[in-house]
Design a protein around this ligand. Structure first.
Ligand SMILES: Nc1ncnc2c1ncn2[C@@H]1O[C@H](COP(=O)(O)OP(=O)(O)OP(=O)(O)O)[C@@H](O)[C@H]1O
Ligand SMILES: [Mg+2]
Length: 265
């Protein structure tokens, strides 16, 4: 058996995943996934549609049970200590879970009250400020833009200050400006010591945000590293006059493409 959670929290990375497997009937989605995310860092999980990114996030947030492997979040085992894991995390899915009829501030106050926190008004005002929503705070959410809703949604998920947050495709469907606003909010979070695991389809999002990037392909993490490490996997482009660095998109397509070709043989 493991040692006490307190010891684990100090010693272990806040997200530690080893040999995670998950099938849906015949479909083997995860075939042994290993992930470690350091405290206060942003980890991006990339993969094509259906690669299993949401499945990983669901297992880590205790919404789904793995078939094999271990996953610990904030030092707690997702299977054996699900309640402790849930207390340690927040999960933001693709669709904002905000109440349209209420104002942004009222949404925040409501969640703070539901969590039995002291001074819900102060908590709401602090978060509005942090996410540049102070001016819009008293307006009904129905009048917010997509980017403002996403920011409010992320702000709501931070009430109670969870040490680990999961963002499943945080900027899907947002325009470039709104995406940059969300990116800024996520960067601020990590700066404050929150550990962030996000999934994304957007390679530029991973380039902009992530300290480490992993590509999930055919059930496994096929690469995991910093952007520079990933770029170094490809030989520098042959160029006549200017040396062109490979983009993350080049790396992604080469690795995913190469793997698929190899397996087709
Ligand atoms: N509850 C379920 N029952 C059956 N199959 C499922 C279930 N959940 C997911 N799947 C399948 O598992 C695979 C992985 O799904 P998942 O949602 O994790 O992918 P994803 O990487 O998040 O994809 P996307 O980029 O489209 O969000 C898909 O083939 C999906 O159809
Ligand atoms: Mg998904």
């Amino acid at each position: 058996m493991s040692t006490s959670p307190t010891t684990d929290q100090v010693e272990q990375p806040p997200i530690h995943v080893q040999g995670l497997e998950k099938s849906f009937k015949q479909l083997k989605v995860l075939r042994g996934v290993d992930i470690d995310v350091a405290r206060g860092s942003i980890f991006a999980l990339l993969g094509s549609n259906g690669a299993g990114k949401t499945t990983v996030v669901k297992i880590l947030s205790t919404l789904l049970k793995a078939d094999a492997g271990t996953a610990r979040v904030n030092g707690f085992d997702v299977a054996a200590q699900a309640a402790r894991v849930r207390e340690s995390i927040s999960l933001t899915g693709q669709f904002a879970a905000v109440d349209e009829v209420l104002s942004g501030r009222e949404n925040l106050v409501l969640v703070a009250k539901l969590r039995h926190l002291k001074a819900p008004g102060t908590i709401a005002d602090d978060l509005l400020k942090r996410f540049s929503l102070t001016e819009a705070g008293t307006r009904r959410v129905a009048t917010y833009s997509g980017g403002m809703r996403r920011r409010l949604d992320i702000a709501m998920s931070l009430i109670g200050e969870p040490p680990v947050i999961f963002l499943d495709e945080p900027t899907t469907g947002l325009d470039p400006e709104a995406r940059i606003e969300v990116w800024q909010a996520v960067k601020e979070l990590a700066k404050g010591g929150t550990t962030v695991l996000l999934t994304t389809q957007y390679l530029d999002e991973a380039e902009q945000l992530a300290d480490r990037i992993a590509i999930l392909h055919e059930g496994r993490i096929i690469v995991d590293g910093t952007l520079d490490e990933l770029k170094r996997l490809l030989p520098p482009a042959e160029v006549e006059y200017v040396e062109k660095q490979p983009t993350l998109e080049d790396v992604f397509l080469t690795l995913v493409g190469a793997k698929t070709e190899k397996e087709q043989r």
